[in-house]
Design a protein around this ligand. Structure first.
Ligand code: GDP
Ligand code: MG
Length: 289
């Protein structure tokens, strides 16, 4: 039996959350075309009869500007500490030098595999060049090229990961998919819709707090607060005559129903909490520890 912790690191938008979901075959991490969508360390537990891989998706590595960012980078550091293997993920179309600098700065103790992502539509010559660029870098034990979106070469990645995993007993029960409660994923699915529906600063100044999650006989009743920093943002979230929040609620409800496999009654409220991103108590209340 092999068993261990595998953490996915990389810049914002490299495709970390997409990769976690693809490996899990389940949407655990929310994904959007915008940077900084992921704010927590999200564990996906992949259990088969001869192995258990505990995968961690992490927030993209950034220079902290708010206390919220500091919490996000703490999530990255905690994943650095217990990793048996690091997957250093990059968008192959991104600047390789910059990624190299970032990967070096992690000062990894664990072995690392460089994962070139988004190879869909990339010419073979570029792949070969990227391979040559990362070969021999001090942190790089192996290089794999994948497309997390198209699920290309994921078997190869999985086999490589298993090669680096220590022998050991599983850490979690066989049917656990994650260590986080359903309520957390419900909040994330609502937050994802904020990233997808609103522009500019709105997604970055918003968080979601699930206040009630009650399993009734025929459906699950969920009440959640959407937290923004300013009164004007509340108006934007609501939209004219409440049009936007109805869209948000309807999109989120569909995803939550698919995730929990039950009918959902979803109630959303918008609350203004000035400077929540920089206020320790609010951050704690909203689950950023
Ligand atoms: P993260 O910030 O590293 O977690 O990145 P996400 O998983 O949120 O993905 C960022 C964007 O890249 C999303 O729009 C994804 O659909 C897209 N993406 C992820 N993987 C691939 C891939 O293999 N190919 C392409 N073309 N796009 C991808
Ligand atoms: Mg992400």
């Amino acid at each position: 039996m092999k068993s261990g912790f595998v953490s996915i690191f990389g810049k914002p938008n490299a495709g970390k959350s997409t990769l976690l979901n693809a490996l899990m075959g389940e949407k655990l991490a929310i994904v959007s075309p915008k940077v900084q969508t992921t704010r927590h360390r999200i564990k996906g537990i992949l259990t088969e009869k001869d192995y258990q891989i505990i995968l961690s998706d992490t927030p993209g590595i950034i220079e902290p500007k708010y206390k919220l960012h500091e919490k996000m980078m703490h999530a990255v550091r905690s994943s650095l500490e217990d990793a048996d293997l690091a997957l250093l993920l990059l968008d192959i179309r991104d600047n390789w030098e910059e990624n190299d600098t970032l990967f070096s700065a992690l000062r990894l103790k664990a072995p690392a595999v460089v994962v070139l992502n988004k190879i869909d539509g990339i010419p073979a010559a570029t792949l070969a060049e990227a391979n040559a660029f990362f070969t021999g870098k001090p942190y790089c034990r192996q290089i794999i090229a994948i497309s997390a979106l198209k699920k290309t070469n994921l078997d190869m990645l999985l086999n490589t990961v298993l090669g680096f995993l220590p022998e050991g007993e599983p850490f979690f029960e066989g049917d656990d998919l994650t260590d986080l409660p359903t309520k957390f994923f419900v909040g994330e699915l609502i937050r994802e819709k904020v990233f997808l529906l609103y522009g500019d600063e709105i997604p970055y100044q918003t968080t979601v707090l699930v206040q009630e999650f009650a399993e009734k006989s025929t459906l699950t009743k969920i009440r959640a607060d959407i937290i923004v920093q300013r009164e004007s943002q509340k108006g934007i979230i609501l939209g004219e005559g409440g049009k936007m929040i109805r869209q948000l609620g309807s999109d989120a409800r569909k995803d939550i129903e698919a995730f929990i496999g039950r009918k959902v009654f979803l109630e959303l409220f918008v609350k203004v909490r000035p400077k929540w991103r920089d206020t320790e108590n609010f951050l704690k209340e909203y689950g950023y520890n």
